[in-house]
Design a protein around this ligand. Structure first.
Ligand code: HEC
Length: 108
């Protein structure tokens, strides 16, 4: 009986872990096309959208975690045109929080 409980518990943990997408995966899948793997935005789409260099101290200082999370959730518009789509319905609050921390790590 004890063994059965242990196996069940292990399976439950494994299931939860695999359900939660890794933050690096989320970045690569949803963000890197514009912001680049390194956050510098040195990609074709990034240049077109004129994304800023996330590794710059100036960039990091100008943004609070709350503002970043809000923009990721709600997207960004410029002159009424969507320049970054909202991810609020695609990512959970926890995933967005993890992405904010991920962006913070680009600071050089
Ligand atoms: C279609 C291109 C595109 C994609 C994809 C994209 N972004 Fe952006 N993002 C932009 C543009 C354009 C801006 C506005 C210019 C800037 O601040 O670099 C921006 C701004 C930001 C900002 C700064 C917000 C602010 O208040 O200035 C953050 C943080 C950010 N993006 C994170 C992300 C994350 C995280 C993802 C993936 C979930 C993502 N972006 C996906 C284009 C994109």
């Amino acid at each position: 009986m004890k063994k059965l409980i242990l196996i069940t518990a292990t399976l439950l943990v494994a299931a939860t872990v695999s359900l939660r997408a890794d933050v690096t995966e989320n970045w690569k899948k949803n963000c890197a096309s514009c912001h680049g793997n390194d956050g510098k935005g040195n990609t074709k789409a990034g240049k077109k959208a004129k994304v800023k260099d996330m590794t710059e101290a100036k960039y990091q200082e100008a943004l609070t975690d709350e503002k970043m999370a809000k923009q990721i959730k709600e997207g960004m518009k410029e002159d009424g045109k969507e320049i970054m789509k909202p991810f609020g319905d695609k990512l959970t609050d926890d995933e967005i929080k993890a992405l904010v921390a991920y962006v913070r790590k680009f600071k050089s």
